[in-house]
Design a protein around this ligand. Structure first.
Ligand code: MUC
Ligand code: MG
Length: 367
């Protein structure tokens, strides 16, 4: 299991329907396919999605940091030396999705080498998760039509509504329209991607007090610490930290500082190893988690569901596992399917990621 190569292959697949939110928008999945190869012929696979508005990474920066810094540091280590791998990766600050993808690929190798599914190695709690769908910015009637289509087509009954527009009344009206159209049985929560000030968020939440929101996520800037504490203290809705808590230490700070009451876990930014650190910390503190989405493609989504389903605490709420539905294509030989509002973990050894060589040839950007 000695690492002999770490490949970073940029690829680009357009979205059929762009996702818009307060901090940015995604029109093309310009991700990086990571392949870690070992001397015994195994290949661990993962994808890194650049999110410049969240982490400062770009497709080019992910390829560069892997080719120039990470790959040379990892050659010769084995997939069983993850602590050493992370110690070396963490000599470089930032670059969370590049680091996470390497970690995910190493777990894929461990699974293949032992003949076990990664979900089982991580905890093996269940084999599926309920799916939550993200509804991006659009006029309220289009947001309602999308949610109804997704509910009717895939059986999904949990929706995360993007908010954070100015003025906030447009978002409040959209959430109200969604609740009225979808009825009381559907779970609704909101994600502001830091778009509102704390006082705008307080006013918006009070106007939505009758909508039965499940969570409120990252409504105002991460630096507005006192504003966020005030919001958390004054709201009955649990507050999920996403961009403000991207590492285990930030999770601790947010929770102990009283500016969050729940945590979004994204395997795209903390891999499996860091995500377990976050999850176990939250469990120890009695804090709930939600499996978030870094607007992953199908490879990243397989990683999220493998982790989410592996633990009791991470499978409790619906996981954000449906962003890939808006892509025009993907790289997997066998595409993912969501049925009855549920996504299953892939069976077999490792993560079950099988890349279609023709699709990779069509979408890769480096040839
Ligand atoms: C989310 O939960 O915020 C959008 C920006 C980002 O960093 O993640 C996505 C989804
Ligand atoms: Mg978020």
């Amino acid at each position: 299991m000695k690492i002999v190569a770490v490949e970073a292959i940029p690829f680009a697949i357009p979205y059929a329907k762009p996702l818009r939110f307060a901090s940015g928008e995604v029109r093309t999945a310009d991700h990086v396919l990571i392949r870690v190869r070992t001397d015994d012929g195994l290949t661990g696979t993962a994808e890194a999605p650049p999110r410049p508005y969240t982490y400062g990474e770009t497709q080019e920066s992910i390829v560069a940091v892997i080719d120039k810094i990470f790959a040379p540091q990892l050659l010769g280590l084995t997939a069983l030396e993850r602590e050493t791998v992370h110690a070396r990766l963490n000599r470089t600050v930032g670059n969370p999705t590049a680091k996470a993808a390497i970690d995910l690929a190493l777990w894929d190798i461990l699974g293949q080498a032992t003949g076990a599914p990664v979900c089982g190695l991580l905890g093996g709690w269940t084999d599926r998760m309920r799916v939550s769908h993200m509804v991006g910015f659009a006029p309220a009637d289009e947001m309602v039509a999308e949610a109804e289509r997704v509910r009717d087509t895939y059986g999904i009954t949990t929706f995360k509504v993007k908010v954070g527009r100015q003025p906030y009344g447009e978002d409040v009206a959209a959430c109200r329209a969604l609740r009225e159209a979808l009825g009381p049985g559907v779970e609704l929560y909101v994600d502001g991607n830091r778009g509102w000030s704390a006082s705008e968020a307080a006013r918006a939440l009070s106007e939505m007090a009758d909508l039965g929101l499940l969570f409120a996520e990252e409504l105002c800037p991460a630096d507005d610490v006192l504003g966020r504490r005030r919001l958390v203290a004054g709201s009955p809705v649990p507050f999920i930290a996403d961009e403000s808590a991207t590492r285990p230490a930030e999770v601790t700070r947010e929770l102990l500082g009283g500016s969050a009451t729940a945590i979004s876990i994204k395997t795209a930014r903390t891999g499996f190893t860091g995500s377990q650190r976050v999850l176990y910390g939250c469990e120890g503190l009695g804090v709930e988690v939600v499996m978030g989405n870094q607007i992953d493609g199908q490879i990243g989504t397989l990683c999220s569901v493998a982790f989410g389903a592996a633990h009791r605490a991470s499978s409790r709420y619906a996981g954000e596992l449906s962003n890939f539905l808006d892509m025009t294509d993907d790289l997997l030989t066998e595409p993912l399917t969501i049925e009855s509002g549920t996504l299953r973990v892939r069976e077999g050894a490792g993560l079950g990621i099988d890349i279609d060589p023709d699709k990779l040839a069509r979408y890769r950007q480096d040839r």
